[in-house]
Design a binder for this molecule. Structure first.
Ligand SMILES: Cc1cc2nc3c(=O)[nH]c(=O)nc-3n(C[C@H](O)[C@H](O)[C@H](O)COP(=O)(O)OP(=O)(O)OC[C@H]3O[C@@H](n4cnc5c(N)ncnc54)[C@H](O)[C@@H]3O)c2cc1C
Length: 544
């Protein structure tokens, strides 16, 4: 990724073809698509990259079995095709996962209908899922999931989807955009627009770190601010009409040793579904779906959300005896849903909408992570329709099917796994550490290890050193500027570890401080800021 200071300099001085507002997955996708076609692209993000909805999802790349019920086959087909592409483009971030869909007598959807749905799901994936769906009888289900409720159980369907690292997907997409020439900066907020001849000609921006103001000039502007769309729209245009019906979704996290699951389980709760998702490092359970009219930056899990999810777990896994004492972490996000007048929040369409204001601003909102690449492509095509024919021809093709990180294609990931054994020998590191780095970064792990060798002696153990290595990498390649941003969006420490990874704080703060020029006071401020953020985000679950 480019350096922030030089990005700001360029933003002040140059004129761009497009300027993108918002650095979540949608903005990152648009930046990568446009820059890979050859457009001159700038992107500003008001806080840290991915700090909005894009680090607060269920972290699934999925076709969306629930759309089958409404016969929305086109949506499922599009999502399953994108799932396959993401397996190829980002094998270090997107991992196949088996799901179990239990069938209970008297359930809302009868078994025969689910069976038809599963057949459709396989067909719509063009039979490219890691494994095709199958039906398990009660005994097989009980063997695999002894804690699952068996009363009235008729069996379960097993099928495949995928889990992912949502925040890192944004960061890698932005890195790729930068490698194609995009200029990006976090902590820059778009606060207004300057117009000439009924067109927006530049954005008024404020650097959130220094509070200095500047204008960003471009020929066309793209809003990818997700749940902030109405707030930004009001700042840009006095005649803005409200577009969104934002909805809040909460997740709880558990340790894998306490909530033992081989596969993900789909649980039916009233009119929606809640997933229990085992991953490498933790189990995530969620989500809720409630209207959220407040400020998206202020969203967090509340007591009612926690109770709701625990109730669903207890209904499906009475034998597991999961209580609030077992919760490790929680997080909440806001879905930027388009208001389609539906009766309830869960019935509101998840489809995205792209529309252009004639004053040279294209807006995109709604949709899913899974289909971000398509959504970005459609957005850029919409933008290009406002450019000349000659330019449209020149910028007709992007390169968004290439691996996100050239050092982590499927083959290279395999090579990194075997290289990891050599790295362990060469540098006398535990294999568990070098393999973990290889799984997360492919062949790039070698550079990450080398860069962090000088700080090794001062770390209390190899795991602590690994997180210091991650911190150095985050600073160099992902514009990570604070301890909080590192903990929240470059690692899973807060959500996955009982101690939220706080045991590593002194070492990580010191390593980051040396690289970023923090004095002792600043280091303490960083540690306090992280603790305050943690207390705020986890307030509904910390009193366990
Ligand atoms: C609970 C939940 C679970 C989900 N689970 C899944 C899932 O498992 N799979 C899936 O496919 N999809 C899922 N989704 C949907 C998916 O997460 C979202 O569609 C996607 O993250 C939206 O990304 P975005 O970039 O549009 O918005 P955001 O990620 O919110 O990004 C918008 C960015 O704009 C910035 N911004 C706002 N105002 C300004 C300004 N004035 N200037 C500059 N920047 C600004 C914000 O800081 C923010 O970072 C889920 C959503 C939720 C809420």
């Amino acid at each position: 990724m480019n350096k922030r200071a030089s990005a700001l300099e360029k933003m002040r001085q140059q004129e761009f073809d497009i300027a993108i507002i918002g650095g979540g997955i949608t903005g990152a996708g648009v930046a990568r698509d446009a820059a890979s076609r050859g457009l001159k692209v700038a992107l500003v993000e008001a806080a840290d990259f991915a700090s909005g909805t894009s680090s607060r999802s269920s972290k699934l790349i999925h076709g969306g079995i629930r759309y089958l019920e409404n016969l929305e086959f086109h949506l499922v087909f599009e999502a399953l095709s994108e799932r396959q592409r993401l397996f190829e483009m980002a094998p270090h971030l997107v991992h196949p996962l088996r799901f179990l869909l239990p069938v209970y007598e008297g359930g809302r959807v009868p078994a025969w209908k689910m069976g038809l749905g599963m057949m459709a799901y396989d067909a719509l994936s063009l039979y490219e899922a890691p494994e095709l769906s199958e039906f398990l009888d009660v005994q097989e289900v009980h063997q695999e999931f002894p804690a699952l409720e068996t009363q009235l159980l008729e069996g379960a369907f097993a099928y495949y989807d995928a889990y992912m690292d949502d925040d890192r997907l944004v960061l890698e997409t932005l890195r790729s955009a930068c490698s194609h020439g995009a200029v990006v900066a976090n902590y820059v907020k778009a606060t207004g627009a300057q117009l000439a001849n009924q067109r927006v000609t530049s954005l008024e921006c404020e650097d959130q770190l220094t509070h200095t103001k500047f204008t960003l000039t471009a020929r066309h502007f793209v809003s990818t601010v997700g749940p902030w769309t109405d707030l930004l729209g009001q700042k840009l245009f006095r005649d803005w009409k409200k577009m969104l019906r934002p909805s809040k979704g909460v997740h709880l996290t558990f340790s894998k040793s306490r909530f033992q699951l081989h596969d993900a389980v789909v649980m039916a709760a009233e009119s929606r579904i809640v997933f229990a998702i085992p991953r490498h490092e933790m189990v995530i359970v969620g989500t809720t779906d409630t209207d959220y009219p407040g400020d998206p930056a202020e969203v967090r899990a509340e007591e009612d959300d926690v109770r709701y999810i625990l109730k669903v777990i207890d209904r499906y896994f009475p034998g597991a005896k999961i209580t609030r004492k077992d919760i490790i972490g929680c997080y909440a996000g806001v879905r930027p849903l388009i208001d389609d007048g539906a009766a309830t929040e869960s019935k509101t369409s998840r489809e995205h909408l792209i529309w252009t204001d004639p004053r040279a601003v294209t807006f995109v909102a709604g949709g899913k992570y899974t289909t971000y690449r398509n959504m970005a492509q459609q957005t850029v095509e919409e933008v290009l329709s406002y450019f000349s024919l000659e330019e449209r021809a020149r910028w007709a093709h992007g390169q968004t099917l290439e691996p996100l990180n050239p050092l982590v294609s499927e083959n290279l990931l395999e090579r990194a796994r075997s290289e990891a054994r050599r790295w362990a020998e060469d540098w006398q590191l535990p294999e568990s550490v070098t393999i973990a780095l290889a799984e997360r970064h492919g062949l790039e792990a070698e550079k990450i290890i080398e860069q962090a060798l000088p700080v090794r002696a001062r770390c209390k153990d190899p795991e602590e050193w690994m997180w210091c290595a991650e911190a150095l990498h985050a600073i160099t390649h992902t514009m990570c500027l604070s301890l909080t941003d590192f903990y929240l969006r470059r690692t899973h420490l807060i959500l996955a570890r009982e101690d939220h990874g706080l045991t590593f704080v002194p070492a990580i703060a010191q390593v980051m401080g040396e690289r970023l020029g923090w004095d002792g006071k600043r280091q303490n401020d960083e540690i306090n800021a992280l603790q305050n953020q943690l207390n705020w985000e986890l307030h509904a679950t910390l009193s366990r």
